[in-house]
Design a binder for this molecule. Structure first.
Ligand SMILES: [Zn+2]
Length: 383
């Protein structure tokens, strides 16, 4: 087999995350037809593949515009966006939650006083049971069809209300499948976005609000409030005061990295502010809408600390990186190329700075750290 070794990368970071210190570009010849050949024929085939491959590789950097060249200096060992990863980092124990019964496809977690979390260990929603019915808070399509079965485990009362955390289809796109004609409560902005989406699986809200709304059903109370754009316009805080539970979706991911680009935050500054705001409120259990377990106050502290570290790492990288270094002079009249080269080097430095502390602390670090660094440098550079 023919290996064309890439120049060595940040050795320190490689040692710290325990991945192979030497990454190679493996231009793999096709062996499928070779297996029936003798050893000599096999060797000749591989050798010729290597020679052709080396020629292609040497042509790549210098002669084939747009093709991949050599990695940047101090390239992180964490695979960059678009690079294939052989084995992702293991998920730390601290990120895991109770198992889901595969026969059911969901699990119910009693949050006290008639409030339950439903999860498939990837998505999370809630049920609030009161004397005459059930309030469903989000209906992820991933398991919405099983919500009636989950409800039947705890009550025989009907679904009377649905609360939308926000408009995204992966959280509320199972609403139509619940059947009936429940009262649907959401923020004004969510109603606007859903009108635009015109998705029959996400019925329009029947009750909307701008700042605050208190949903009283029997003796149960949910306090809904809006704290501005962060993840998406209209994404609300859902507080169950009697149960001391706060649900905020797509902002804090207990034990995990946020989904890519700070969970696709529409406003990075607003997103950072919202994590800090969650810290100031009075609650014991956080339902984040994703991952395998509920969150604690320590999880929110960890996320805030991670956010601060990414911000610092990106700021330092921006301040210490020069435009144009290593750029092919023939690309001098291409400002897009100049910035691509610059931003890649900034992001790489940011990834290297964060890897020692965070790669074993948050699950999925290697999956999205490049995305977080790209999002952060962009936010700091232009916002
Ligand atoms: Zn979302």
């Amino acid at each position: 087999m023919c290996h064309a070794p890439r120049p060595s990368r940040g050795a320190a970071a490689q040692a710290e995350v325990g991945v192979s210190p030497t990454r190679t570009v493996n231009h793999m010849p096709t062996f499928r037809t070779v297996t029936t050949l003798g050893t000599t024929a096999f060797a000749i085939h591989v050798l010729s593949a290597c020679v052709a491959d080396t020629r292609a590789a040497s042509r790549t950097a210098e002669e084939v515009p747009g093709a991949a060249g050599e990695p940047y200096p101090q390239m992180p060992s964490i695979a960059a966006i678009g690079e294939r990863t052989g084995k992702y980092l293991d998920v730390p124990e601290s990120a895991k939650g109770p198992a889901v019964d595969p026969a059911k496809g969901y699990r119910l977690q009693d949050l006290g006083r008639g409030l339950y979390m439903v999860t498939d260990n990837a998505y999370q929603s809630m049920l609030l049971v009161y004397d005459r019915g059930v309030v469903v808070i989000d209906a992820p399509p991933a398991y919405a069809a099983r919500l009636p079965q989950a409800i039947a485990e705890v009550t025989d009362k009907p679904i009377t209300h649905v609360v939308y955390s926000h408009s995204h289809v992966d959280h509320v796109g199972g609403t139509k499948a619940l059947g009936g004609q429940p009262v649907i409560v959401a923020h004004d902005e969510t109603a606007r976005l859903l009108k635009r989406a015109a998705d029959r699986n996400r019925p329009l809200p029947t009750v909307t609000f701008a700042d605050r709304y208190t949903l009283r059903v029997g003796a149960q109370v949910l306090e809904l409030s809006y704290h501005g754009n962060a993840h998406e316009p209209g994404n609300i805080f859902i507080h169950a005061p009697a149960q001391r539970v706060l649900m905020v979706v797509d902002v804090v991911f207990p034990g995990w990295m946020p989904w890519r680009r700070f969970a696709l935050a529409k406003d990075i500054h607003g997103y950072f502010a919202q994590v800090d705001q969650i810290r100031t409120l009075d609650w014991d259990t956080l339902v984040g809408g994703h991952v395998a377990r509920t969150g604690t106050r320590a999880d929110v502290e960890t996320q805030a600390e991670f956010n601060r570290d990414v911000k610092q790492a990106a700021a330092t990288a921006l301040a210490t990186t020069k435009l144009g270094v290593g750029l092919n002079p023939r690309d001098g009249a291409n400002p897009w190329a100049g910035f691509d080269n610059y931003i890649d080097r900034v992001a790489g430095q940011c990834v290297n700075a964060l890897t020692p502390k965070w790669s074993s602390r948050l699950a999925g670090f290697d999956v999205y750290i490049w995305d977080q660094c790209y999002a952060m440098e962009q936010s700091l550079r232009i916002e």
